[in-house]
Design a protein around this ligand. Structure first.
Ligand SMILES: NC(=O)c1ccc[n+]([C@@H]2O[C@H](COP(=O)([O-])OP(=O)(O)OC[C@H]3O[C@@H](n4cnc5c(N)ncnc54)[C@H](OP(=O)(O)O)[C@@H]3O)[C@@H](O)[C@H]2O)c1
Length: 320
């Protein structure tokens, strides 16, 4: 019997967060497609391996570019839900996906590449702001095209930022950890596997139609200083905290060339200003752990345990 579950295509599915979405989609029983750029003779072994892994999971990989409009439309006509996890330099390429969705005319839900802060509720330093402005342009284009959507504010990718902040892969880890600003502002760290699963859920949930969904479970709200203390408890080690003052970060964001000025402006927004925790969620806002009270997010404490046993690999490119 044909599955009643929606069919999902993921653009950018071979990327850092995209692969978690693909795996979650298959895990939750959806017929899953990935629209990926063609494999070339220069493809890395890890990219080839991921394509192989997807094939073995039953994923249909369609090799194509966003410029191939007809090919995109024909894939879109075979699915119900579209998720994009394009990296920040490709955010505006999603205008081509929006155009193809409009032409296909059958898509029940589109989740554009967001998965960070709610770009309309933060005001970061200019290099990060420029990226978020492109994401806002995509929001407006989706609304103008009358495409049913869900915008996901997944907050910080947990393993990604544990890798970045604590450097657990550095076996010769010095006795210090860098702290951005005072280290006291709170951020939300969500494990990527959960982000994948909750994203597939919200993409298919009538309650999240044309809404923003926040992933802000109580158990995952933590400051840098608290994160370091927790890591010390777990590893039995003690680290010196080396602070980079806020003024220094602001200066770097103004003086470093683009795109090297982006990471510092992201760190400033997330961990110095604590912008993802800088606003209350009201009764009207949708928060994932409340929407699905029977599911649980991996806590930050549990995430650090995962790092002790089988550390998730760092992203190949930071802050993409
Ligand atoms: N919340 C957080 O902590 C956090 C952290 C990082 C990123 N993000 C956000 O998450 C989203 C996805 O980021 P990501 O780091 O997962 O992306 P990524 O791994 O750098 O790239 C995603 C995919 O985009 C596709 N792509 C299409 N055209 C491309 C081109 N011309 N050049 C390079 N790649 C191209 C590639 O897939 P194919 O090769 O299969 O075509 C690539 O694997 C973005 O919106 C980003 O801002 C959030």
């Amino acid at each position: 019997m044909e599955s009643e579950l929606s069919k999902i295509v993921i653009f950018g599915g071979t990327g850092y967060i995209g692969k978690y979405m693909v795996k979650a989609s298959v895990f939750l029983g959806h017929k899953t497609f990935v629209y990926a750029r063609p494999i070339t003779p220069h493809a890395t072994p890890s990219k080839l391996q991921l394509h192989k892994e997807f094939h073995s999971m039953g994923v249909t990989i369609v090799q194509g570019e966003v410029e191939e409009h007809e090919k995109m439309v024909s894939v879109l006509r075979q699915v119900d839900v579209v998720i994009s996890t394009f990296a920040f330099p490709q955010i505006l390429d999603q205008l081509k996906i929006i155009h193809a969705i409009k032409v296909a005319g059958n898509i029940m839900r589109f989740l554009p590449s967001e998965f960070g802060c709610d770009e309309e509720r933060v005001s970061p330093l200019p290099p990060f702001k420029a990226i978020l402005e492109n994401k806002i342009k995509i929001r407006r284009a989706i609304e103008a095209a009358n495409i049913p959507y869900t915008f996901v504010s997944a907050n910080c990718f947990g393993a990604y930022f544990v890798n970045y902040l604590l450097r657990p892969h550095d076996h010769h880890q010095q006795d210090h950890i860098v702290v951005y600003g005072t280290g006291q502002s709170k951020a939300v760290l969500n494990y990527e596997e959960d982000i994948g699963v909750y994203t597939i859920k919200v993409a298919n949930d009538p309650r999240t139609l044309n809404r923003i969904v926040y992933y802000r479970p109580e158990t995952n709200i933590i400051s840098q200083l608290e994160l370091i203390s927790l890591w010390e408890q777990k590893t039995g080690r003690t680290f010196k905290r080396v602070h980079i003052p806020e003024e220094e970060m602001v200066k770097q964001s103004q003086t470093l060339p683009h795109p090297e000025n982006i990471p510092v402006s992201v760190l400033h927004s997330l961990f110095v200003k604590g912008e993802t925790m800088d606003f209350e969620l009201g009764n009207d806002d949708i928060e994932a752990s409340k929407l699905y009270p029977d599911s649980v997010f991996t806590t930050v404490d549990q995430l650090l345990d995962i790092f002790l046993i089988d550390p998730p690999q760092p992203a190949t490119a930071a802050f993409t």
